[in-house]
Design a protein around this ligand. Structure first.
Ligand code: Z5A
Ligand code: MG
Length: 211
């Protein structure tokens, strides 16, 4: 061992409601850890912080927050986690994140009267993901999956607008994957893409998102 620490990769799962992000994020971390790769599972919103509790109450429709203000709170909820995220990555842990800034932009920009550039601004400068796994599924198929419809935003027409917004955010580091296939087949694809990217970025700096 020459003492050089190789950094971990930042892997993000994105996609519309019920496409299987949380299922795949959990399985990916389990597989990485079982194979000896240090990895941690994260999700946004991170509902345990003070800001996260405000967001949780809003999503559960227990409180109302003005649309611009909730957008900024979602972003603040990411920024408050950045020091810990950077430290983990630099110390060699791969961080798998269930939703990130792309959710922030897609869900707000799908509302009336929002400009996508305005929506991106608060998240500019966050650690840039090395890989975005974008899971796609038809809104009608997603609606058939368990627990759809309870929280704010879980209506099929709104989810279609969110999918349109995601379409405008696609970047080179996105991999679009068919989320209607089996959990195992999707996991196998995701695990392979992740292993490749971990090796590719281990000596690279962590860039800043949208800068
Ligand atoms: N939001 C925002 O507005 N701004 C932001 O900045 C951020 C988020 C970060 C809460 O997110 C809301 O916050 C979300 C966006 C908004 N609103 N909406 N919609 P959340 O992440 O907490 O949402 P959630 O309640 O966990 O739902 P989800 O994440 O969309 O679901 P999922 O994680 O994609 O799916 P899952 O829980 O893994 O799977 C759903 C079900 O399908 C479950 O029963 C699975 O067993 C089943 N499943 C999974 N994969 C498959 C396959 N391949 N085949 C068959 N069945 C499957
Ligand atoms: Mg989820």
């Amino acid at each position: 061992m020459n003492g050089v620490v190789r950094r971990g990769a930042l892997i993000v799962l994105e996609g519309c409601d019920r496409c299987g992000k949380s299922t795949q994020a959990r399985k990916l971390v389990d597989t990485l850890v079982a194979g000896g790769t240090p990895a941690e599972l994260w999700r946004f919103p991170e509902r345990s912080s003070s800001i996260g509790q405000l967001i949780g109450s809003y999503l559960e429709k227990k409180s109302e927050v003005e649309d611009h203000a909730i957008h900024l709170l979602f972003s603040a909820n990411r920024w408050e986690s950045v020091p810990r995220m950077r430290k983990l990555l630099q110390d060699g842990t791969t961080v798998v994140v269930d939703r990130y800034a792309y959710s922030g932009v897609a869900f707000t920009a799908a509302k009336e009267g929002f400009d996508i550039e305005w929506c991106k601004q608060p998240d500019r400068g966050l650690p840039e993901p090395d890989l975005v796994l974008y899971l796609t599924i038809g809104a009608e198929d997603a609606a058939k999956r368990a627990d759809f419809g309870g929280e704010r935003y879980e209506q099929t027409d709104f989810q279609k607008r969110v999918a349109d917004m995601y379409g405008l955010l696609r970047e080179d580091r996105w991999e679009t994957l068919d989320a209607s296939q089996s959990i195992k087949d999707l996991h196998d694809q995701i695990a392979k893409l992740t292993r490749d990217i971990i090796t590719r970025v281990e000596n690279k700096p962590i860039n800043k998102l949208w800068m």
